[in-house]
Ligand binder design. Structure first.
Ligand code: COA
Ligand code: ZN
Length: 311
């Protein structure tokens, strides 16, 4: 049996990466991307959002994409949901993980899901209750995603207490994992450590924590290292650095999966991911997505041959 990787990476290009694009990526290309990402050894994929097609047209085909994705038994297939209805659809699709999003910023939460944080927590409790009546083997893992945890394009600085309060709300409502999302990419290494510490203080050391980083100001990898220093071993990332929130103007792409994998492996931390295979996803993306959206240091620099086998 393959050993458990030191660092768990969830690939989010299929969701965060596609939600902000102005082109519709055809369903078969989305499925091919998922296949390529799984083939590269990625253990978890955020494969789309169960939102109204009117809100994010890119996910009009999410039922078909998920029906394909969940056939992969070697990877956890997850979906973002903004409300109870989204969770019902995700459960019906047979996903293995549900990411329920609430922003630490009240203004961003209102813009994103048209509800207050408290109303959104009520929705989360209803989702928890609906999951708890499912047989354990059919019960998706429920992650509470805290958007704008490190800053907000509308409110600016977000108080540590606001993140802590929301984390505690999620924990008290029975979340399985908490994701701390730098939705707009204003985080700095010091802030990452502070927010992780505050969150741990609120929810206890046993709660799994995950970091979701954007590279808006070029600090994505530095923030990932700060997360590692703070004990985080679960990260979201997107191939070719895709990503951005339609309700967070100014957000740039996610931390680039290829770059993150290379860095981690060079640091001696295994990811279980075959970097050469992962790099090939660029070819599928490039058929449908304009070059300006595709970033990544490794793609620009290439991997020096001497380092390739080590990575
Ligand atoms: N999937 C499909 N349809 C949904 C839905 C979902 N998850 N949630 C609501 N709807 C439908 C309702 O059934 C209703 O349909 P009807 O008009 O035919 O009756 C309609 O959408 C409006 O429902 P309502 O509950 O009033 O939603 P809203 O207009 O207040 O919008 C959200 C709330 C949460 C659905 C919307 O703001 C949203 O999707 N936000 C997420 C945005 C996003 O993806 N952000 C990036 C990721 S963080
Ligand atoms: Zn994001």
């Amino acid at each position: 049996m393959a050993r458990t990787p030191d660092v768990h990476i969830c690939e989010v290009a299929m969701r965060d990466g596609l939600q902000n694009l102005d082109v519709f990526v055809p369903t078969d290309a989305k499925c091919a991307l998922i296949d390529a990402i799984v083939a590269a050894g990625v253990g978890e994929i955020d494969a789309g959002s169960f939102v109204p097609p009117k809100v994010v047209p890119q996910f009009a085909d999410v039922d078909a994409v998920m029906a394909h994705a969940v056939q992969h038994k070697g990877a956890t297939i997850g979906a973002l949901v903004p409300n109870f209805k989204g969770a019902e659809r995700a459960i019906a699709a047979g996903v293995g993980a549900i990411y329920f999003v609430i922003s630490a910023s009240e203004s961003h939460n209102l813009a994103n899901v048209r509800r207050t944080i408290e109303e959104q927590l009520d929705g989360f409790r209803a989702v928890r209750a609906a999951l708890d009546v499912l047989p354990v083997q059919n019960r998706p893992r429920l992650m509470g995603a805290i958007a704008t945890a490190f800053g907000c394009s509308i409110e600016g600085e977000i108080k540590e207490t606001a993140v802590g309060r929301l984390a505690r709300g999620f924990a008290e409502a029975g979340v399985d994992e908490i994701g701390l999302a730098d939705t707009v990419g204003y985080g700095t290494p010091g802030l990452i450590k502070d927010i992780v510490r505050v969150t741990r203080h609120e929810v206890g050391a046993k709660m799994p924590l995950r970091l979701h980083l954007h590279d808006t100001l070029g600090a994505g990898l530095a923030n990932a290292v700060a997360g590692l220093d703070a004990g985080i071993r679960r990260f979201d990332a997107a191939v070719s650095g895709l990503g951005g929130c339609p309700f967070a103007p100014g957000a740039r792409g996610n931390v680039v999966t290829e770059d993150l994998v290379f860095m981690l492996e060079r640091m001696g931390l295994s990811t279980g991911i075959d970097l050469d295979r992962l790099m090939k996803t660029r070819e599928i993306l490039a058929r449908h997505i304009a070059p300006k959206h595709l970033t990544g240091h490794l793609h620009e620099a290439g991997i020096p041959k001497a380092l390739r086998s080590a990575a």
